[in-house]
Design a protein around this ligand. Structure first.
Ligand SMILES: [Zn+2]
Length: 329
């Protein structure tokens, strides 16, 4: 038995040699901090690697927080990596020539900054409104459905393709029974960075698990391995590690500020707090990356073991790399 350690996530007993990597409470992709909070010999290397390759990668590249890192100086614009057209973040242009078209953010070598770039899509003109409505390539309805919904499929400029060539458009539309003629348009839409756009981000289970991991890591950092290995934390650990959903919501997201003195203007940095819930038997955490959204995480519901204070919070200043303890009230 000696020299073996139970991982706080997969709960397997492993030799000390399986714990060589250091798990960071705040993923390193969100900044480096002085006297950083890290877990040693608590998270096994295979869990650490799994988190890095899946949860943390999605959190860094495919969330509004992750994509905001270059705005707040956490990352250089040229290091911006877009998840591409399949992104959880969908941007819709709301004015001008490309009104209603979909775009995504990516780093432009030419402009040396992050710009809006078009997702390959096809627009059809609506008979009544005269406007184009765009469909991503895998969402184009067939001819019959389009006609029934009042789209014009013939005549000049009734169809516009963005981000793909004539041959490709013709082929795609032929599959749907629609013929694409030369008087229809194929445009490349590249000068779009100054356009007004509307952003929609999908915050899915993967993102919830990534934020829940930050909260559970933080608890483990302060309360230690024995405390977080208790079965009272099995729901949250299995959710983070194996995507097992509890019979109640484990993570909720809101835009409520965590700090009592903040409204719409907020300090730039990350926040993590832990407290007893108002029911006095559940332990809840709040996590906010770059102080944008507030993820509320239920770490334990109806906690029944040894009572501890557990209440604390920290502010991770991404500007100067300092970690500040928060006062509680
Ligand atoms: Zn593990």
């Amino acid at each position: 038995m000696t020299g073996r350690i139970q991982c706080i996530y997969c709960q397997e007993d492993k030799a000390v040699s399986a714990y060589e990597k250091v798990e960071h409470v705040i993923p390193q992709s969100f900044g480096k901090f002085r006297d950083n909070f890290t877990l040693k010999q608590l998270v096994c290397d295979s869990c650490n690697q799994f988190f890095g390759n899946s949860l943390e990668l999605a959190l860094a590249r495919d969330t509004l927080e992750g994509q905001s890192r270059s705005d707040f100086g956490v990352k250089k614009p040229e290091d911006f990596k877009s998840p591409g057209p399949q992104s959880r973040i969908r941007i819709k242009i709301v004015e001008g020539e490309f009104k209603e078209a979909y775009a995504f953010l990516n780093y432009s070598e030419v402009d040396q900054k992050i710009t809006l770039q078009p997702i390959p899509q096809v627009g059809f003109r609506q008979r009544d409104l005269g406007e184009l409505k765009y469909f991503l390539l895998d969402q184009i309805p067939d001819k019959k459905q389009l006609e029934e919904s009042g789209f014009i499929l013939q005549g000049p400029k009734s169809i516009r393709a963005i981000g793909l060539g004539v041959e490709e458009v013709s082929k795609r539309l032929a599959e749907k029974g629609i013929s694409f003629q030369c008087e229809d348009e194929v445009v490349s839409a590249n000068e779009s960075q100054s356009l007004l756009a509307e952003t929609q981000a999908t915050i899915d289970k993967t993102i919830f698990r990534a934020t829940a991991k930050i909260a559970f890591n933080y608890l483990a950092y302060w309360e230690g391995g024995d405390f977080v290995r208790q079965s009272s934390f099995d729901q949250i650990r299995n959710f983070v590690r194996y995507s097992v959903q509890a019979p109640y919501p484990l993570v909720k997201v809101s835009q409520r500020p965590i700090l009592a003195d903040e409204g719409t203007r907020r300090r730039v940095g990350h926040l993590v707090t832990i407290a007893w819930a108002t029911d006095r038997v559940s332990i809840v955490a709040q996590v906010s990356l770059l102080n944008l959204f507030n993820y509320s995480i239920c770490l334990s519901r109806n906690y029944e073991s040894e009572r501890r204070r557990v209440v604390r919070g920290h502010f991770f200043n991404t500007h100067n790399g300092e970690i500040l303890e928060l006062g509680t009230n």
